[in-house]
Design a protein around this ligand. Structure first.
Ligand code: AVI
Length: 320
């Protein structure tokens, strides 16, 4: 029998070990996002089934003037975006803020330096009036050190329903970290995908072209590459469920057969029974009651909210 390694070379190694030796098996969705995973996520955001992006664009476009006025009510501010990505949606708001000649700086934060540099360059061409200061880092580190690079009133932006990839207890912790970094005059503007027709949700996470399947299976190819493993992604099926009661969409990779996979870097062999699952991601869907509860648990209050034309998605403004 193999014993648990006492030292792991990286957090990735340790998390993969824990997930694949647990019952039931799981892998953490944050590891989907390597270079290939980032590209696949860009493709997901452009798919017809993935309604979230267009809904949030619709909200920002339709309500940009009202949103800009609310966030500027107390004067100059730093607009701090956690997980800025390509900034496509944020640019709608940035243009409005520039047009209104408001006094603000834009501080996009992302885990990927590459993505940030592309965003900075595109802003130079598209909205040169914006004063941008990019910052590479994780959400957690950034929130801890926020005071180091922003000494003005803060408007914190978290778009894309990224909070939905966290279990409620972790979402509360994330919101509480933000709340602790906020002063009384600061604001949080955050997107939450809403409960809706279950079929619409299932389609968004199980597209006909198989892009979400490739995105999910990127976990296996990443383990193959980085941990010298021999997963055959074709031996797994991408499976999505949605529970309309809890509002939780769950992604799985299901083993199509009895199989053994070697993860050589850890000297680990993982056995799969036929139809055994690996849980890979949750994408939580919300309603007002749940968002209010999360906010209250984190010491935040909802000031107002905006929704898209289809009522699929909402952006909330929170105060402390
Ligand atoms: C980043 N996150 C909010 C996406 C979501 O909707 O849960 C990730 C994703 N997973 C599958 N498709 C998109």
């Amino acid at each position: 029998m193999k014993t648990t390694p006492t030292t792991f070379q990286s957090a990735f190694e340790e998390d993969v070990y824990k997930g694949l030796t647990s019952f039931p098996k799981y892998l953490l969705s944050k590891y989907i996002y390597d270079e290939k995973g980032d590209k696949l996520f860009q493709q997901i955001m452009a798919m017809p089934e993935y309604y979230l992006t267009n809904c949030e664009l619709n909200i920002l476009d339709k309500h940009k003037s009202a949103i800009a006025e609310i966030i500027n009510k107390k004067g100059g501010f730093d607009l701090i975006e956690l997980g800025a990505g390509d900034g496509k949606k944020t640019k709608v708001l940035l243009k409005e803020l520039v047009e209104k000649e408001y006094n603000f700086n834009y501080l996009p934060i992302d885990i990927s330096q590459n993505v940030l540099e592309e965003l900075e360059n595109s802003l130079k061409n598209e909205i040169p009036e914006v004063n941008v200061k990019i910052q590479q880092g994780t959400y957690f580190k950034t929130l801890e050190n926020l005071a180091d690079y922003s000494n003005r009133r803060k408007v914190i932006l978290v778009l894309g329903s990224n909070i939905g990839n966290l279990l409620h207890e972790n979402a509360i912790e994330f919101l509480r970290n933000i709340q602790e970094a906020m002063s009384a005059e600061d604001m949080l503007f955050m997107g939450f995908d809403q409960k809706k027709d279950p079929q619409k949700i299932l389609d968004a996470y199980n597209d006909a072209a198989g892009i979400t399947e490739a995105f999910n299976k990127n976990l296996l190819t990443r383990i193959n590459r980085e941990l010298d493993a021999n997963f055959n992604p074709d031996n797994f099926t991408h499976w999505e469920t949605y529970d309309p009661e809890s509002g939780t969409a769950k992604s799985f990779l299901v083993s199509k057969e009895n199989q053994k996979v070697a993860i050589n870097k850890m000297d680990l062999e993982v056995s799969f029974d036929a139809w055994e699952s690996i849980h890979t991601e949750i994408s939580q869907k919300y309603d007002d009651a749940v968002v209010e509860w999360l906010a209250k648990e984190a010491g935040l209050e909802i000031q107002t909210s905006f929704q898209d034309n289809n009522e699929y998605y909402k952006n909330y403004i929170f105060r402390k």
